[in-house]
Design a protein around this ligand. Structure first.
Ligand SMILES: [Zn+2]
Length: 310
């Protein structure tokens, strides 16, 4: 069944007396209490049902053309349809149910809406990735399972880990790859008081452009500054430092790249053009160096790259 499976099932259940409906006069009616004419009307109605058989990729294509109430199916809704079965049904009861009291806590770490399957999608991605599988491989392998313990347990483990390590909740935590971070850092001990102190200090640092990188930066021992996109020197600062350095270098007969100047190769006395150089923090930002002119030096591109993003 491609679409409308629930509707057709409901008709069948009503006709076999499984539930009642409220009629136009406000009375509960099950199928047997309807008037004979109405019963006949229902039983004599023809339903047009297509039963399609195809490969998984064909089925996927069919679904892409189906809209539910005018809204195209998103990736996870598509997967739920393709791998529909007991496993998806049970998983949806937990992860797609906005009445689930856990959703509020989960929403600190996960972006999206339960009813658009964002929580389910995240939970599946995490457990699948931990097993070296894609979400589709995982759903396919578990399609006929009658329990979802592994999915539920892994998800809770990740969430408990994040909320245990990071005391404060920041809005940038939402939607991070917590599953990947758990796999990478989950076995390491952290002092959550120290972690909290670091996060607060970094949140107060005006040079950090990418706050969502703070969490992985702290987990990794505050080494990989690339995660933070630390603010770079602006053009006027670069120009003025360049001119200062170049004048001094010309007078001394050395290269205007301080690292070339102390070297032993042909570039020892080379005067680089501004566009051949990059700005570097003399004292690394991670060691407290600021992004201001008095902490800026221009290096030739080669030396700047070899010094790395520190
Ligand atoms: Zn150089």
């Amino acid at each position: 069944m491609l679409d409308g499976q629930q509707r057709i099932t409901s008709i069948g259940r009503f006709v076999t007396g499984k539930f009642s409906v409220i009629d136009e006069n406000g009375y509960m009616q099950n199928f047997n209490s309807l008037t004979p004419e109405n019963r006949t009307k229902i039983l004599d109605s023809n339903l047009l049902v297509y039963h399609c058989k195809g490969t998984e990729s064909e089925i996927k294509e069919w679904f892409k053309t189906i809209n539910i109430a005018g809204v195209p199916l998103n990736e996870q809704e598509l997967l739920n349809a393709i791998y529909s079965g007991q496993f998806v049904t049970l998983a949806r009861e937990v992860f797609s149910n906005s009445q689930n009291s856990n959703i509020q806590k989960w929403s600190f770490y996960i972006k999206g809406a339960a009813n658009r399957q964002d929580y389910l999608s995240t939970a599946l991605s995490w457990v699948a990735a931990a097993k070296g599988q894609t979400k589709e491989e995982y759903m396919s392998a578990h399609r006929h399972d009658d329990k979802i313990d592994e999915l539920k347990t892994y998800f809770s483990t990740v969430i408990d880990w994040v909320s245990g390590v990071f005391f404060d909740v920041e809005k940038e935590m939402q939607g991070l790859e917590w599953g990947r971070l758990y796999e990478k850092y989950g076995k390491q001990p952290y002092d959550s008081a120290k972690v909290s102190e670091s996060v607060r200090r970094l949140y107060g640092d005006a040079y950090i452009k990418r706050r969502s990188g703070i969490f992985e930066y702290v987990l990794g021992g505050e080494v990989d500054t690339k995660l933070l996109e630390v603010r770079v020197f602006d053009e006027p600062t670069k120009k003025s430092v360049y001119h200062r350095q170049t004048e001094t270098a010309k007078a001394a007969g050395t290269s205007n790249c301080p690292l070339c100047a102390v070297g032993h190769d042909a570039n020892k006395a080379k005067i680089w053009e501004l566009k051949e150089m990059d700005a570097d923090h003399v004292t690394a930002w991670s060691k407290g160096g600021t992004t201001s002119a008095d902490n800026c030096q221009m290096l030739c591109k080669t030396h700047n790259q070899s010094k790395g993003n520190k």
